[in-house]
Design a protein around this ligand. Sequence first.
Ligand SMILES: Cc1ncc(COP(=O)(O)O)c(C=O)c1O
Length: 410
Amino acid sequence: MNIQTAIIELSNHYGAHNYSPLNVVLKKGEGIWLWDMDGNKYVDCLSAYSAVNQGHCHPRIIGALCEQAQELTLTSRAFHNEKMGLFLQTLCQMAEMEMALPMNTGAEAVETAIKTIRLWAHKVKGIARDQAEIIVCRDNFHGRTISTVSMSSEQAYRDGFGPFTPGFKIVEFASIEALADAVNERTAAILIEPIQGEAGIRIPPDAYLAGVQQLCAEHELLFALDEIQTGFGRTGKLFCYQHEAGVKPDILIVGKALSGGVYPISAVLSSREILGLFTPGQHGSTFGGNPLAAAVGIAALDVLIDEDLSARSAELGSYLLAQLNRDWGFRDLIEIRGRGLFIGIELSVPVRPHCERLLQEGVLCKETHDNVLRIAPPLVINKKEVDFLLEKLIPVLEPLPAQANVRMAV
Ligand SMILES: Cc1ncc(COP(=O)(O)O)c(C=O)c1O
């Protein structure tokens, strides 16, 4: 038996089957590239769901990891550690926020944001204890914990996992009217993704976030943004909300690329007035804010800035999108949309077969919601590599024969 097949069998035998991965076993990564166990090389178009914006095994981040691992890894929050304050300062200054609460995974950060909102709702807004409601949007993805699936409208995420956490109202995405209709005296916050990533790169109309912000201001609600996937340069700005002038959330939730994919690090950022409400014992995490995470986080943020990855994402993202949107006559195409290097190709058919074909061509893509192909390579990609990607991608999307002949004028 081939070694890759044996390893897949091992995973399938001992691991719960909560994923349906493509048939490839990866062994090594560098920049935008991944290698399987047979030495085949692939362009990564998923970036671990946008966690690896800085590229695989970025030497500066790995250097920080190794150096810190030899000094001190975990103290718990029972004691101070040398690195956490510096990390949170770097993050807060970058995001122009006053305070941060560090956690590990994205879902944990969303849970933390929910607790923050509820705490504020009772202590500041004066909503009766345990009565606060949070408005969220249909087709959202905020994680897999019980409370985050309680916010979800997706049956596949919820089926069989009830009873669910109360206190969420689900309304249509991208509609200010729907949000406004849902507000009542118990509403504490609106919590949304600025672009719905897992729903298939769904981009709201212009000025949507400004509208949400205004609605929040009118009704004394917190405006909470989940930028776990869209943050840190993915959409061509450091944070996606920066595409709209004058917009700034009260609560910003980040994760994934906060570590460049090297370590699970997430955080909730907000004002002193809001995050300052927490008192000792109300919330915590053994690993949250540990010195290894902090050292990795500082390096990952430095790389984003020093390599100007948001600008690269903006520039190469619009180039890639423009090339894909040429008149190819792709078969079964519904729409190609994107912002920065966060692009969704929506077809009228399931795209899993396209992913399988791309795998054979040396491109790793994964479907989202069956019929959307997500193109989200590490932001360290260069123009030549984008052209290479286009050369692989376009034939798999089956352009009209006449167009295929003029193909690579990219
Ligand atoms: C917008 C958003 N929120 C939350 C999460 C959950 O993050 P994690 O998988 O680290 O728990 C994700 C993961 O894809 C996400 O895209």
